[in-house]
Design a protein around this ligand. Structure first.
Ligand code: SAM
Ligand code: DTB
Ligand code: SF4
Length: 361
């Protein structure tokens, strides 16, 4: 019996169905196995009910299932490492309730104009020398202006010259802008849907959920890899989490990279007082993302500084295989590199030398 066949009793139809099964039904491995096998290929027709059923599985069953999907589609014990740099910080006109960079909230962030190209190149080189394979440049813009794109193009070229994969997160893009970035050699564009379409307007009022989807479409059309995920722990329901993952999994092409951020509750933002998420619910979200998007890299993103080593190990077991590496995210902290290296070593994990999805300029 293969490891997948061991799932004979956890076919779609779910935990409740599995628990209510008679012995004869459970013994019907032929049919069950067939359903389970079908379930492990990439699908774009996930129903909300199916996803909620996954969330409702006993924790161990969910993790076992996620680990099997992981073993089938991903390199085991391997982590891809991206380093972030905020190339333009603060004074963002948007009102994202989680974000310390919005001009509307008093978070003590100093506004900084767009960095010099040489300084960015230097930071990228340091990240590469420390072991990162991808360099991700973030800017606190609603959307970039023409002159911003010109500078970003130069930065992307520098990163590519260093032999690193390039990623940028600059806000909403037009089709033309996406094309220009792609032509400069941009491998990935990060643009998160952040939460479910239903919860979206509780978090952001200055743009619509559809605006995010439009940018994602422009990025795809330009031929770039998509990095798209969201945040958990903002007060959303379990159904919202399921819906967010449903939208991601059912995109015409699943994102190559799926960052799952745990809210960093920054003082001064409207979500500053948000109660922390149950860590097991965080791990469940990673596991469901892994099952739904078996071929994507699932990134254990913001919030790692607040997580124990044991929780991170559990998240890796649930299918996370990418991290942000380096002492800072954009404006908030991240574990120091020595700690991360030691953690990976303690877990017998190795670093990926570049994701297979990277594009050639
Ligand atoms: N301005 C661009 C945009 O919104 O797409 C790019 C930068 S923005 C900071 C990138 C992503 O970081 C957000 O979409 C959100 O998912 C994540 N993020 C921002 N602040 C966060 C926080 N306090 N906790 C967790 N994730 C956060
Ligand atoms: C993503 O999903 N998370 C990163 C990256 N994409 C750009 C950003 C996390 C930001 C956390 C808050 C901060 O440091 O400002
Ligand atoms: Fe601006 Fe992006 Fe922060 Fe929203 S998440 S306030 S768009 S920097």
């Amino acid at each position: 019996m293969t490891v997948l066949e061991a799932f004979g009793n956890i076919a779609p139809g779910g935990a409740k169905a599995a628990r209510g099964r008679t012995e004869t039904q459970s013994a019907n491995l032929g049919t069950e196995t067939e359903i389970t096998m079908k379930d492990t290929v990439t699908r774009h027709d996930w129903t909300l009910e199916e996803i909620e059923t996954l969330f409702a599985l006993p924790f161990q069953d969910l993790l076992f299932r996620a680990q099997c999907a992981h073993r089938e589609h991903q390199a085991a014990n391997t982590v891809q490492m991206s380093t972030l740099l905020s190339v333009k910080t603060g004074a963002c006109p948007e009102d994202c309730a989680y974000c310390p960079q919005s001009i509307r909230y008093d978070t003590g962030i100093e506004r900084e104009s767009l960095m010099a190209i040489n300084d960015v190149a230097e930071r990228a080189r340091a990240a590469r020398d420390a072991g990162a394979t991808r360099f991700c440049m973030g800017a606190a813009w609603r959307s970039p202006k023409k002159k911003d794109i010109e500078v970003m193009v130069a930065m992307i070229r520098e990163v590519r010259t260093l032999g690193m994969e390039s990623c940028a997160t600059l806000g909403m893009l037009t089709r033309e802008q996406a094309k220009e970035l792609r032509e400069a050699g941009l491998d990935y564009y990060n643009h998160n849907i952040d939460t479910s379409p239903e919860f979206y307007d509780k978090i952001i009022s200055t743009r619509e959920f559809q605006d995010r989807l439009d940018t994602l479409e422009a990025v795809r059309e330009a031929g770039m890899n998509v990095c798209c995920g969201g945040i958990v722990g903002m007060g959303e329901t379990l159904r919202d989490r399921a819906r967010m993952l449903q939208v991601l999994a059912n995109l015409p092409q699943q994102p190559e990279s799926v960052p799952i951020n745990q809210l960093v509750a920054v003082p001064g933002t409207p979500l500053a007082g948000q109660a922390p998420l149950d860590p097991f619910d965080f791990v469940r979200t990673i596991a469901v993302a892994r099952i739904l998007m078996p071929k994507s890299a699932v990134r254990l993103s913001a919030g790692r500084e607040q997580m124990s080593d044991e929780l991170q190990a559990l998240a890796f077991f649930a299918g996370a295989n990418s991290i942000f590496y380096g002492e800072k995210l954009l404006t908030t902290g991240n574990p120091d590199v020595e700690h991360d290296r030691r953690l990976l070593e303690r877990l017998g994990m190795r670093t990926a030398s570049g994701a297979p999805g990277a594009l050639l300029a």
